[in-house]
Design a protein around this ligand. Structure first.
Ligand code: UPG
Ligand code: MG
Length: 210
């Protein structure tokens, strides 16, 4: 996963994932504008395996995280991967996916849990816990978080993602997550993940500790 090579930057002409545009308005009579990015909403799932008492998370290479770890002076047409190895771009996240199909959030969450983590989770085991904005400066897409308990019996596939996604399943105990949340960082995780883990530690972790 971390063997990243041949990194090049190119202009973006059109994209299935990002739509940049300018938003024009007046506020209290003053003309203003703001540059925005249209992106898909997304769902994330806090998966807790009660058989082995671990949170089931995913590790993956995120190009945006890699790019932002490259010093601005070195963000050229090509990036030296000996100086900047792929490990700079790996994150720890919830199992998550974009809402790019005409299906309910719950259905998409179930599909992602199966594709990325290999768990076949019945719809009635999924608890929708919160929706927040994944960014407010430039895109403000909705991120909806589900929680579910799973058992080893519900693991019907290997996970790892579909097509050429390279997703590694990472299992963490509650003490390991508490330690991570107490570390100064920078954490290689997005704010929605950090919110979800704090929610889990606050509302759920107590009953699993014994
Ligand atoms: O420029 C792009 C963008 C996406 N993809 C593909 O699109 C898929 C997206 O994967 P999916 O699992 O549906 O979404 P995530 O990448 O997990 O991202 C979601 O989950 C994250 C939460 O961890 C949020 O931060 C993101 O906004 C949200 O899109 C991947 O397979 C990619 O192969 C591309 O090929 N090119
Ligand atoms: Mg995903």
């Amino acid at each position: 996963m971390e063997d990243i090579r041949n990194v090049r930057l190119a202009p973006l002409k059109d994209s299935n994932y990002l739509k940049p545009f300018r938003f024009l308005y007046t506020q209290n009579g003053t003309p203003k504008s703001w540059d925005l990015l249209g992106v898909h909403d997304s769902v994330g799932i806090i998966i807790y395996n009660i058989t082995r008492k671990v949170l089931v998370l995913v590790k993956q290479f995120r190009p945006a995280v890699y790019y932002s770890s490259v010093h601005p002076d070195n963000r050229k047409d090509t990036i030296d991967t000996d100086k900047y190895p792929g490990s700079l771009g790996t994150t720890l996240e919830l199992c998550a996916g974009i809402v790019d199909k005409n299906k309910s959030l719950l259905e998409i969450a179930r599909e992602e849990a199966l594709e990325e983590c290999g768990y076949d989770i019945p719809a009635d085991k999924m608890e929708e816990i919160a929706t927040c904005r994944s960014g407010v400066g430039e895109q403000s897409a909705l991120f909806t978080v589900f929680f579910c308990e799973v058992t080893d019996d519900m693991k019907t596939g290997a996970g790892g993602g579909i097509e050429n996604e390279l997703i590694e399943i990472v299992e963490k105990t509650i003490p390991e997550m508490e330690e991570m949340m107490n570390s100064p960082g920078p954490l290689a995780s997005p704010p929605g993940f950090l919110y979800a883990i704090m929610w889990f530690l606050h509302h759920k972790a107590g009953k699993y500790k014994n």
